[in-house]
Ligand binder design. Structure first.
Ligand code: ADP
Ligand code: MG
Length: 409
């Protein structure tokens, strides 16, 4: 059934969610703490240099001082992990995707990953401390040595337990990376292999989807279930390519709020300008925002709805589709429809009007949809466009542009 949300509850929820910004200053506070560590590092380094120059530095002293420096650096690393990872997980996306310095773990960071990373970082720091004690064993009491070892073991045990508990998630993340490895030839070497999709047949069976409690796994399951032809993300869309393109509209849509607002999106433009890319990318965002999504071409939707009507269950089918707050209808207009099929699309659009969202892509503007849907076009486009963002893409095909530039190279 449709996800009917009470506006008051939604507003309250949004208001609560907005309070996450209260955390933002905390992360900047940690940045200041990092500054303190930088100061401490150089102070230690300076002392070490002075001792060496003065000829007072024994080998043990140098080793201890260097270990202390390593210790400071490791704590600083820990800090950056908490700052960047915590901010990204709990406050707001930093949007580093594609940044050459993006840490490998940040693309799949969540509180689980963060916990394991922190635990292993703490084990690292405690190892350095223990090593310091052993290097300086003559000045360390047996009591301190014993407790140092016990505490270190406790850190190792807790890190192992945390890693074990997030096992399914880690396995999933690794699988996620492996999944993305096969890159369609047209995209190889273009944006890296992250976020690309394998053909349907190569997808791992649904059975390996990890437990439902993992938000990452849930998103992944929704993305798989959506039936996207390829995995495309907004970050990979070159906004400079289309001419006269409304970037602000796309930024707005990227938040996937339009799904909550039950609004529609129509991408209109000539072939190869990225309509399918953007429709899929918004679909992925909707999946990430927790919505179920279904993707198919207009011809596939026509077949599906025709079958349902033939079986006398068109209404049931439309109601069942309400389970999916977002449906994507790709390639509207590539094939004109007969009156009966056009009527089915009218039913689909009318059924979802102010109830759930649609994304449509078409090579022709809405004003010319009578060429596709015949006389039912005006009534349909009227409902469709009433709460819709129409995004025009103009310019040359991205496919041929790439072919031509490859040729020129
Ligand atoms: P359309 O659906 O408009 O015919 P597609 O979305 O299928 O076009 O785009 C064709 C190919 O070009 C896809 O691989 C898509 O990822 C890529 N592409 C199109 N426009 C862009 C763009 N502006 N930036 C990056 N890739 C693009
Ligand atoms: Mg397309």
């Amino acid at each position: 059934m449709a996800k009917v949300q009470n506006p008051t509850t939604t507003t309250l929820g949004y208001a609560l969610f907005a309070t996450r910004w209260l955390q933002a200053p905390l992360y900047f506070g940690l940045v200041a703490a990092q500054g303190v560590y930088v100061y401490k590092f150089f102070k230690e380094l300076w002392t070490l240099i002075l001792m060496c120059l003065g000829g007072h530095a024994t080998e043990t002293y140098v080793m201890l001082a260097v270990l202390k420096l390593v210790d400071v650096v490791m704590i600083a690393n820990l800090l950056i992990m908490v700052i960047v990872g915590g901010y990204e997980t709990f406050v707001s996306r930093i949007g580093l995707q594609g940044h050459r310095d993006q840490p490998e773990w940040l693309s799949h960071v969540n509180s689980n990953v963060l916990k394991v990373k922190l635990a292993t970082a703490i084990v690292g720091i405690s190892s350095v401390h223990l090593l310091q004690m052993f290097v300086d064993v003559h000045h360390t009491s047996r009591h301190a040595l014993l407790w140092g070892t016990v505490i270190h073991m406790a850190f190792i045990a807790s890190a192992a337990i945390l890693a074990y508990m997030s096992g399914p998630m880690v396995a999933h993340t690794d699988r996620g990376h492996a999944d993305r490895a096969p890159v369609p030839p047209a995209q190889a070497g273009d944006h890296g292999s992250r976020q690309q999709t394998e053909p349907e047949s190569e997808r791992p069976p649904a059975a390996v989807i990890p437990p439902r409690s993992d938000p990452d796994a849930d998103t992944e399951a929704r993305i798989r279930a959506a039936g996207f032809p390829a995995r495309k993300v907004l970050e990979d869309f070159d906004q400079q390519h289309p001419r006269g393109f409304d970037r602000e509209a796309l930024a707005r849509l990227g938040k996937a709020d339009f799904v909550d607002a039950r609004r529609n999106v129509v991408f209109v433009g000539p072939p190869g300008t990225g309509k399918t890319h953007l429709a899929v990318a918004l679909g992925v965002r909707a999946c990430q925002a927790g919505h179920r999504v279904l993707f198919a071409t207009a011809a596939e939707w026509a077949a599906r709805l025709s079958d349902a009507r033939a079986a006398g269950r068109l209404d049931a089918e439309l109601t069942a589709l309400d389970d999916h707050p977002l449906l994507i209808v790709d390639e509207v207009g590539y094939t004109p429809f007969d009156a009966a099929t056009a009527g089915l699309f009218f039913r689909l659009v009318a059924h979802r009007y102010e109830r759930a969202s649609l994304i449509l892509t078409s090579d022709r503007p809405l004003g010319r949809w009578d060429e596709v849907f015949g006389p039912s076009a005006p009534a349909m486009t009227d409902r469709l466009a009433h709460h819709a963002e129409i995004v025009r893409l103009d310019g040359d095909s991205y496919r041929t542009r790439r072919a031509t530039s490859a040729w020129a190279d």
